[in-house]
Design a binder for this molecule. Sequence first.
Ligand SMILES: O=C(O)[C@H]1O[C@H](OP(=O)(O)OP(=O)(O)OC[C@H]2O[C@@H](n3ccc(=O)[nH]c3=O)[C@H](O)[C@@H]2O)[C@H](O)[C@@H](O)[C@@H]1O
Length: 435
Amino acid sequence: MSSMKHIDNIPSTPGKFKEKSSYNRLRLHFSIAKLTFWSFVFLGLIFVCFFRSPSSSSSPASSDLSRRSLRTSSYDGPAWEKRIKASAKIRSRNGISVLVTGAAGFVGTHVSSALKRRGDGVVGLDNFNDYYDPSLKRARQTLLEGAGVYIVEGDINDVTLLKKLFDVVQFNHVMHLAAQAGVRYAMENPSSYVHSNIAGLVNLLEFCKNANPQPSIVWASSSSVYGLNTKVPFSESDRTDQPASLYAATKKAGEEIAHTYNHIYGLSLTGLRFFTVYGPWGRPDMAYFFFTRDILKGKSISIFEGANHGTVARDFTYIDDIVKGCLGALDTAEKSTGSGGKKKGPAQLRVFNLGNTSPVPVSDLVTILERLLKVKAKRALMKLPRNGDVQFTHANISFAQRELGYKPTTYLQTGLKKFVRWYLSYYVDGKKSAQ
Ligand SMILES: O=C(O)[C@H]1O[C@H](OP(=O)(O)OP(=O)(O)OC[C@H]2O[C@@H](n3ccc(=O)[nH]c3=O)[C@H](O)[C@@H]2O)[C@H](O)[C@@H](O)[C@@H]1O
């Protein structure tokens, strides 16, 4: 208050020397006050930025990514630990304890609930980002909570969170399904693929290799790694060095990274190449899902075709078949051989195709949807865009059949019928808006 008075008393036209020097003293005083004020503002800003960042280990590109993540790191406190322990409790004789990353995702939800149903201990981890409508992820979370699966809210890049989780539960397995999915979105937001599929994977493996005991890891690769491969059906030994999208390149990189961690640290690693997985609670960014939405809205849909009107087809695989493959991979996964960052012997390293073995043209997919929805689609044929899509996928699954007992049994018609029934009950009867 008194300094305010002084400032008010400063003559507008300093005249005599004496007056001038007292004016200078006042100016100095004012400058120090100003400097102190701005220093506080600056420190305050640093404080706010630091504590609002999702984790101290996040990548430089994470400012954009943290906006996509609604909330992270919900950890801490005895109540939190109690919920995790309850969720991780094994209820069957030969049960396993599994950390499922991406548990609020499409495949993650189905795998978590199947594991829980058979008596395994399951804890989920998901960052609930808004790549697609997060309310669908929240609905899946509610479903899992009802089944006794708790999902921790956080990012796989958060080392502190991973440490806390492993301090509370000694997981024998990690089912790593958290990823930035989608082939076409990679051109829009390339850094999100690097953040989740590369940095996130490395962070998780770094953590697992140091764990004692090391868990065994089963993780989601993708049929897209076959890229421009023309030899069909695709076998695991076929070339995968010609990815057609950044998404495929990050999944392929993941397979190489898995090799390294297996080789150096003795981590047991199994990669699953999923072939266009579809079904109830699916991903709204996938064609069968948004075709359904747009057909019901009377909007036209683009059906891609190759050069010279060539057929574009996918080996669409139903979610329940995929879940069986995931469980088969977990059940046949051998123990990692290292501990505390040191390898003690060779460890298991596997890659499997999980497909349906019967590719269906996209136009046939639309015909099935029309029949199930009882609405005629407004079809617009479009040349396959050069943004990462490949013309054809077809899995050879004999290796998975032999090693995992994997045997898909769902025809596209049957699977889509189940999807459409779910879609109508969720969006139409449930009055949710399909974005
Ligand atoms: O199998 C895989 O590895 C991949 O499967 C899907 O990728 P994709 O097969 O391209 O699935 P959709 O995006 O649902 O496309 C299905 C088919 O519809 C076609 N399509 C897509 C969009 C569209 O507007 N029109 C259209 O004809 C695509 O070319 C493709 O043949 C997933 O999005 C990936 O995350 C996954 O890794």
